[in-house]
Design a protein around this ligand. Structure first.
Ligand SMILES: [Zn+2]
Length: 189
């Protein structure tokens, strides 16, 4: 099959999807800025280089692309049909790295919010309002994601393996899989 994209175009598209300064990230930054919040970007000295850091609020924010961070169960995530083993390993590693970063930041006393691309795509203004509410809150670690036709906030319980969101239904992360959980989940001893 012919490659319809030139290699420059392709690399521009790829860097746009996975790099920093992605569109969803810029939407979150813009909302914070317009509401008077000041922040740092891609703090190199912090675990996982959070996309947005608000030192005054002891808050760090990741804006995750659902494909690149393997957002399991999300309509924006699907394993590519070509070279599925390669992508499976690569995207699972990204997901696990994200979990480790949340854990390490929390251990260092930071609050962490993971904003998934699917939430921003579904309802940008509702999602950014929730981001701002979270920054002002005392909430420790949470994620914003799309559940059906709504944006939902899940609190995350931290385990030795990483963050586990509160979730009702079926939950998959890179490391564990639970069914029918209600309320906080704790890792088996
Ligand atoms: Zn998603």
């Amino acid at each position: 099959m012919a490659d319809v994209m030139s290699s420059e175009k392709r690399s521009a598209v790829m860097s746009n999807i996975r790099g920093k300064d992605t569109r969803p990230e810029i939407e979150v930054r813009r909302a914070l800025w317009h509401n008077g919040f000041r922040y740092r970007l891609h703090a190199k000295e912090l675990p996982g280089r959070p996309d947005i850091v608000l030192p005054r609020w002891k808050a760090s924010i990741f804006v995750h692309g659902c494909f690149w961070h393997r957002h399991e169960g999300c309509s924006l995530f699907q394993l590519p049909a070509t070279r599925p083993e390669f992508w499976d390993a690569k995207l699972s590693a990204n997901n696990a790295r994200g979990n480790r970063a949340v854990r390490a930041l929390a251990d260092a006393g930071w609050r962490v919010l993971v904003v998934w691309e699917c939430a921003l795509k579904l309802d940008t203004s509702s999602t950014t309002r929730r981001v701002i509410a979270w920054v002002r809150s005392q909430d420790r670690c949470s994620e914003l994601l799309r559940v059906g036709a709504r944006v939902r906030r899940n609190s995350m319980t931290l385990t030795s393996k990483g963050p586990i969101p509160h979730y009702r239904g079926v939950l998959h992360t890179a490391e564990v899989s639970f069914v029918g959980i209600v309320g906080p989940v704790r890792a088996p001893a």
